[in-house]
Ligand binder design. Structure first.
Ligand code: A2P
Length: 257
């Protein structure tokens, strides 16, 4: 049996000239836990062009959604950005990944920290009822260069709180904090700077980040992951894995190309 399912594109949304998302059909046998990724791609001249993509859709959706950058000379994304409804996309049958609550000790508050398309796995996690059972509060911080890069903002702030399945938990327990670094916005600064100072701005009161109560999931650029790891380790957080739970987890498969 092939390691890939051939799925069909059902919708494409272009957020900016650098960002797009798309949905594909889902094989009913394809199961994943929110936070996981799989290899997806295209067959080009008989060869598979693949890269790791986190599922941005909920584990219970009947479709799969992916959120991607467009790199003009990127082997895969230069092509993938042109997909249209009806086109085939290869989806690896074996999802995997480390952004799982099971890889961490129980805690009070879950921080989901993502830069750019690093938001993708968190779009799945914030729709998971179980996450709101495990944590009293979920803080989603999305860091981008520009306001227009804040994909899904309207979905998170308007549609999700009204969702009949997950809306009540989202409204009560999710704090969404978008921040932008290269133009004025209601929140400015890198995620690392905001967490370092603890200054979230007026009306947002969060205790200093600490390993006793806080758990952290990271997904983003390698430089962001490096700086966040240092910030967390200095505060006594340890990295968790399936063999040894800790206080934070990182998605290392995320590579921009
Ligand atoms: P900045 O504009 O100051 O570089 P990118 O598109 O380059 O992946 O960046 C996405 C967001 O991540 C930007 O807001 C960028 O801020 C921020 N960023 C880049 N490097 C780091 C880092 N080492 N730590 C924290 N945030 C970072």
């Amino acid at each position: 049996m092939s390691a890939f399912n051939t799925e069909t594109v059902t919708q494409v949304h272009h957020w900016t000239d650098r960002l797009f998302s798309f949905t594909v059909t889902r094989d009913p046998a394809f199961r994943f836990v929110a936070g996981q990724f799989t290899m997806i791609g295209l067959e080009v001249e008989g060869k598979k062009l693949l890269r790791a993509y986190s599922m941005a859709s909920a584990s219970y959706d009947d479709h799969l959604e992916f959120f991607s950058i467009k790199v003009p000379d990127g082997p895969l994304t230069s092509r993938l950005q042109h997909v249209k409804p009806g086109d085939p996309v290869l989806v690896g049958r074996k999802p995997t990944g480390t952004l799982l609550a099971d890889n961490m000790h129980p805690g009070e508050r879950l921080y989901l920290l993502g830069t750019g398309t690093g938001l993708a796995p968190f779009m799945s996690i914030i729709r998971e009822p179980d996450i709101y059972e495990r944590f009293r509060q979920v803080v989603l911080i999305h860091g981008c260069r520009h306001v227009s890069d804040l994909a899904y903002e309207e979905y998170i702030t308007k549609i999700l709180p009204a969702d009949e399945f997950i809306g009540a938990q989202v409204s009560k327990q999710l704090l969404y904090y978008p921040t932008v670094t290269r133009e004025p916005f209601r929140h400015n600064g890198r995620i690392t700077q905001i967490l370092e100072t603890g200054n979230f701005g007026p009306g947002i009161d969060l205790p200093p980040l600490g390993p006793k109560d806080d758990r952290v999931m990271l997904c983003g650029s390698p430089a962001f992951l490096d700086d966040m790891t240092t910030l967390l380790e200095v505060r006594g957080f340890t990295e968790g894995s399936s063999s040894r739970p800790g206080e934070y987890v990182i998605e290392k498969a995320f590579v921009e190309k």
